[in-house]
Design a binder for this molecule. Structure first.
Ligand code: 5GP
Ligand code: ZN
Length: 116
């Protein structure tokens, strides 16, 4: 995906503050953090959202979650964290390359969602 922002970050064409990398995923600090720790974990290979995944993506999807606790412990959120994945229009996804927000810090993140 030539023109995808997070593919460019995965390729290193756009700089990011890297927190973790392996053969499947890259984690980097969100440019506009909502909590003291706010990381994004992305598949290196382009996946648009959970709306477009298949069973072939299960390894990378599992890795996105299985690295979260280590990331939290290493980045100032040792006592828990929250993972958020926004998908599509209804989910409020702004960047159309799948990403898990891993948010936390020393203090509780707060209520899950405001009830309508
Ligand atoms: P979404 O709303 O798609 O779930 O979240 C997109 C996230 O990407 C936002 O939290 C936003 O701050 C972050 N973001 C957007 N552009 C960049 C960028 O160029 N670099 C980094 N590190 N984060 C970005
Ligand atoms: Zn992409």
């Amino acid at each position: 995906m030539d023109n995808c922002l997070f593919c460019k970050i995965a390729r290193g064409d756009i700089p990011s503050r890297k927190a973790y990398e392996d053969e499947l995923v890259l984690a980097f600090h969100d440019i506009n953090p909502a909590r003291p720790m706010h990381l994004l974990v992305i598949p290196k290979r382009h996946i648009t959202s959970l709306q477009t995944v298949s069973q072939d993506d299960e390894a990378v999807l599992g890795r996105m979650l299985s690295v979260a606790n280590q990331l939290a412990e290493e980045n100032g959120s040792p006592d828990g964290f929250r993972v958020i994945i926004n998908n599509g229009r209804v989910g409020g996804q702004e960047v159309p390359h799948l990403h898990a927000h891993v948010v936390g810090g020393p203090d509780p993140v707060g209520p899950m969602l405001k009830r309508n």
